[in-house]
Each structure stands twice: as C-alpha cells, then as structure tokens.
Ligand binder design. Structure first.
Ligand SMILES: [Mg+2]
Length: 226
C-alpha cells in the first residue's frame, strides 16, 4: 500500500519569522511607495496570488498579468534578504520524519502550499529541505487553497496513479490546510506549530492533531509506516 504525504511549508516545516510577509511588504514599499499595515493582510494559509492581488489593490495598482509578474519578481529578489533571522528554524522532528519518509519506496513526499513555487524553493533550499519533495501544488496560479490541493492531487495522480485519496495525508498548521485536505477527500493532519491552537484546529475535525513531528514519529506505526 502506497501513501502520499503532502506538506504545507510555513508553520508546518519551518518558521521564518515572517520572511514572506516582510519581503512582500518591502516589495510593495519599493515598487509603489506604500504597503498595507502589518496585520491587515492575512498570510496564514493564504495563497500567494491572493496576497499579491490584495497588496496591488491596496496600492491602487491595476491587477494585470504584468503587474502581478512585476510584483512577484521583486518579492522573490527580496525574499533571501529576510531569511537568516535569529528566530527562524526547521520545526521539531521535521528532518527526522522527512528522512524516514523519503527513504521508503511506499511513501511519496510532496508539497501543498500557498507559496509560489519559486518562493517555496528559496525558503526550503535555505533550510536544506527542498530536495525532499518530489512535486507539489503551489500558490502561483490559484487564490483558493482548495484549488492548490486539487493541483497537488492532479500532479500526484500523474506520477502515482495507484495512490487514491484515502492514502493521501495533507499536513498543515491552519484551518485552511484541513479544509483543503477534506476538499480532495484525503486524510488531514493538523500541526500546532503555527499560530493556531489545538482547540481551534480541532474544531475543523482533522484526523490527527500533533504538537510536532516528534509526536508524529511516535504515531508512524498506526499510520501504516512501521
Ligand atoms: Mg502554514
């Protein structure tokens, strides 16, 4: 029996002290001379395309394919400058779990993230994790996380048509991760390593809630990984 594990990035695999949001605000300041006040744009669980559109609208810039591309490339050029923060880290147990999963031939490891693909690569390469992921669903072309989940599932089906929804785990730290996992009829694993509490995440009925991947490691036999 083969499984696919699809991971969110921010708050699930790594914490970057808000590198993504800081780089977006800096790009907005540089390009348009204004940026939304911190906290007015909700980053947790959002897709980058939706965030870029919100920032363009705030700056009163017409949303076009071109203006989105200009913003994206400015953001991506700034993102590395906001990594290397003292408080950034790979979250507990992540390397151990990935090491186990990628070395098994009955588990496929992918991403399901709101990050644009290049932003995901920059963040995960910074922490030496990018190579662990075979494929992913990304937030370049979708505003809704459910659509990213469908993209990830399409990519999975192309590569591993034998894996059905019941053998997919969608793993993330926000209600949106749980909702999008359910939207593709997969199993859901909520992590309390982001900004949402156990109680709040439980309201969305994930199959599992874990406080970190060391706890997930203890659960592996129950998840068919022994
Ligand atoms: Mg997240």
């Amino acid at each position: 029996m083969k499984y696919a594990w699809l991971f969110d990035i921010d708050g699930t695999l790594i914490t970057t002290a808000g590198a993504g949001s800081k780089a977006m605000y800096a790009a907005s300041e540089e390009l348009y001379g204004v940026s939304p006040d911190e906290g007015t744009v909700v980053f947790d669980g959002s897709c980058d395309l939706a965030l870029v559109k919100q920032i363009l609208e705030y700056a009163e810039i017409e949303v076009t394919t071109e203006s989105i591309e200009v913003f994206k490339s400015n953001y991506l050029s700034k993102l590395p400058d906001f990594l290397n923060q003292e408080s950034e880290s790979v979250l507990p147990g992540v390397e151990k779990i990935l090491d186990i999963l990628i070395n098994r031939d009955d588990v496929v490891v992918g991403l399901l993230t709101g990050n644009m693909k290049e932003g995901a690569r920059i963040k995960l390469e910074h922490f030496g994790l990018w190579e662990a992921f075979e494929f992913g669903g990304f937030g370049d072309n979708y505003e809704e996380r459910n659509d990213v989940a469908k993209m990830a599932k399409r990519e999975l089906s192309k590569r591993h048509p034998e894996i059905d929804s019941g053998h997919i785990w969608v793993i993330g730290d926000t209600p949106r991760d749980i909702i999008c996992g359910k939207a593709i009829k997969s199993n859901t694993m909520a992590m309390t390593t982001g900004s949402f509490s156990l109680e709040l995440l439980e309201d969305y009925n994930p199959d599992i809630v874990a406080h970190d991947f060391n706890q997930v490691y203890e659960m592996l036999p129950k998840l068919g990984i022994d």
